[in-house]
Ligand binder design. Structure first.
Ligand code: MLC
Ligand code: AMP
Length: 518
């Protein structure tokens, strides 16, 4: 039987010289391709030795490190299902994810072992390991203790439809949903992007990816990592985004991927100029709207045109501005600011009105997509899955947009009530529900307002119960105790009433306009 395991394809793309450097870290460590092969083999052997049931989830909440990346690759290699979790998640959030996904293995930072293991064991998890960003922790100790031969491992055979990863995305109502992505979803998208973004072969001079994003979301984990590995390209690995460090090393890179906030922060550095970017081939932006000013300023300062693309956890990448001339669109090669480019090869994208009819060219409607990259459904939520697909199999993205006569897609808004802050999704419904449990609070509304750094940030507007005294600062400090830090509204107001329409629904557009400026 053909092995359609994503790791098998990534491993096959390793260069012939396994002693060449695959990853160079920000703190001066070099990992060869052989190191990656051995580390993933050892971790895959460890996972297999645990005698886990088929399809077991391996939930991981650890700081970014090459070993954390190896754990992801080892999970694929052994044929289990990877479940990455944002390091900002706090205990109530973790309790939900672990309770919902019922992972067989949980890996966490040793500083969090106490509370994470308590949650995990309560949820029936059999194994909890630790992994720290300084190459320590019980996971690596156990892997190292396996003895001779443990650095050899035959990649588990998996079919394209088998599950490779679950990514939790918050819901506009209710709790987060786990998007199930298969080996085929991830590999098909990685192959399309390798071609579409013109990753260079060694004969063409090769590429070097500067990797600065977290590895618990689609952008850093799939788009960036798969891109480099499938091309056998070296990565310059940064544990955290630091614009000064990026500029120091930029001349050693050819490809950079970031959310718009990273571009805004780099533009604030005087060292960003043509010279710093002279060896670069491609700057890619996504996960949130890139302002046209950022797009234009970048070109003026570096001489490079940012390539903006659009994707989601449920679908990985959907559209992209062209890297080279796109024969499907009359040979157009222009990267148009404010647009997210063309549907990627293999992706069908349509824009529909409320009646379920496709709209005219240039008209605005709901973006729906279909393709080999589109996820298989939400983990144990068949009804939610059904709700999000049309009868003819298109996924409803919740994004609102238009396609122009040349084929460029523009996202103009969202039908889902969602704030995207610095590339992270924040769901007002979740924040409002948490605020509403606080003493003295009658009701609340959270809206997104423009922000120069994060693109958009949350603002909370709260109504107190009759006779209760509620202080905005207290609300924010209470939220900090239970929610990931990036979800905390940047401002909070306590007011007498919320604007409502005739149906009694809060008019968030009015709140957005009113609280746009501090
Ligand atoms: C950090 N903070 C944020 C924030 N990140 N606030 C709002 N939005 C954010 N994104 C706040 C913290 O709460 C904290 O506040 C303070 O900033 C400092 O925290 P930090 O962790 O030191 O921040 P920093 O390192 O500066 O992080 C900023 C960032 C980071 C932009 C580098 O947010 C980031 O890496 N974003 C990328 C997210 C990403 O990879 N998205 C891809 C999703 S995939 P306080 O008050 O506690 O001090 C996807 C699909 C697709 O969407 O298409 O790609
Ligand atoms: P996530 O659920 O974290 O995967 O976020 C996916 C959402 O991010 C999409 O549905 C879009 O709303 C948004 N998004 C991703 N890329 C872009 C982009 N280039 N421009 C605007 N929005 C984007």
């Amino acid at each position: 039987m053909k092995n359609e395991n994503l790791f098998a394809a990534l491993r096959a793309a390793f260069p012939a010289d396994l002693d060449a450097i695959a990853i160079e870290t920000d703190n001066g460590l070099n990992y060869s391709w052989r190191d990656l092969d051995r580390a993933t083999a050892m971790l895959a052997n460890l996972l297999e030795s645990l005698q886990l049931p088929a399809g077991s989830r391996i939930a991981v909440q650890v700081d970014k490190s090459v070993e954390a990346l190896a754990l992801y690759l080892a999970t694929l290699r052994a044929g289990f299902v990877f479940l990455p979790l944002n390091t900002a998640y706090q205990s109530a959030e973790m309790e939900y994810f672990i309770g919902n996904a019922e992972p067989a293995v949980v890996v966490c930072a040793s500083k969090n072992f106490g509370w994470v293991s308590k949650i995990a064991f309560k949820a029936g998890t059999r194994h909890v390991f630790t992994l720290d960003d300084d190459r320590t922790g019980s996971l690596l100790a156990r892997a190292a203790a396996q003895g001779p031969g443990s650095d050899q491992h035959t990649v588990a055979t998996r079919q394209a439809g088998d599950l490779a990863a679950i990514l939790y995305t918050s819901g506009t109502t209710g709790r987060s949903k786990g998007a199930m992505l298969s080996h085929g979803n991830l590999l098909s998208n990685a192959r399309v992007l390798k071609d579409y973004w013109g990753w260079r072969t060694p004969e063409q001079g090769g590429d070097v990816l500067m990797h600065v994003l977290p590895i618990f979301h689609v952008h850093g984990l799939f788009v960036a990592v798969h891109g480099a590995l499938l091309n056998g390209s070296k990565m310059l690995w940064f544990a955290k985004f630091d614009p000064k460090r990026v500029l120091e090393k930029l001349q050693q890179a050819t490809v950079f991927m970031g959310v718009p906030t990273l571009y805004v922060r780099l533009l604030a550095e005087s060292g960003l100029n043509r010279e710093a970017a002279r060896n670069m081939r491609l700057f890619i932006s996504g996960s949130a709207p890139l302002l046209i000013e950022t797009f234009n300023d970048w070109t003026a300062r570096t001489g490079h045109t940012i390539l903006e693309r659009y994707g989601m956890s449920e679908t990985t990448m959907l559209t992209s501005n062209p890297c080279n001339a796109d024969a499907r669109y009359g040979g157009l090669s222009e990267r148009r600011g404010g647009t997210v480019g063309f549907p990627l090869p293999g992706v069908s994208l349509r824009v529909q009105d409320d009646a379920g009819q496709s709209v005219a060219v240039g008209a605005i409607g709901d973006i729906q997509v279909k393709g080999p990259n589109v996820f298989t459904g939400y983990w144990q939520m068949p009804e939610k899955t059904q709700e999000e697909f049309t009868a003819d199999g298109y996924f409803k993205t919740g994004d609102v947009g238009q396609v122009d006569a040349d084929g460029y897609v523009t996202i103009v808004g969202r039908s889902k009530d969602l704030i995207i802050s610095g590339g992270y999704n924040v769901y007002p419904a979740e924040i409002e529900a948490t605020i509403n449990t606080l003493p003295g609070v009658a009701e609340s509304a959270v809206v997104g307002v423009p922000d120069a750094d994060f693109g958009e940030v949350g603002v909370a507007v709260v109504i107190a119960r009759p006779g209760a005294r509620v202080a905005p600062d207290n609300i924010l400090s209470e939220l900090k105790k239970v929610l990931a830090n990036f979800k905390i509204p940047k401002r909070c107001y306590v007011v007498a009433e919320l604007p409502r329409n005739t149906m009694g629904k809060v008019q968030k557009n009015l709140l957005r306009a009113q609280y746009q400026k501090p």
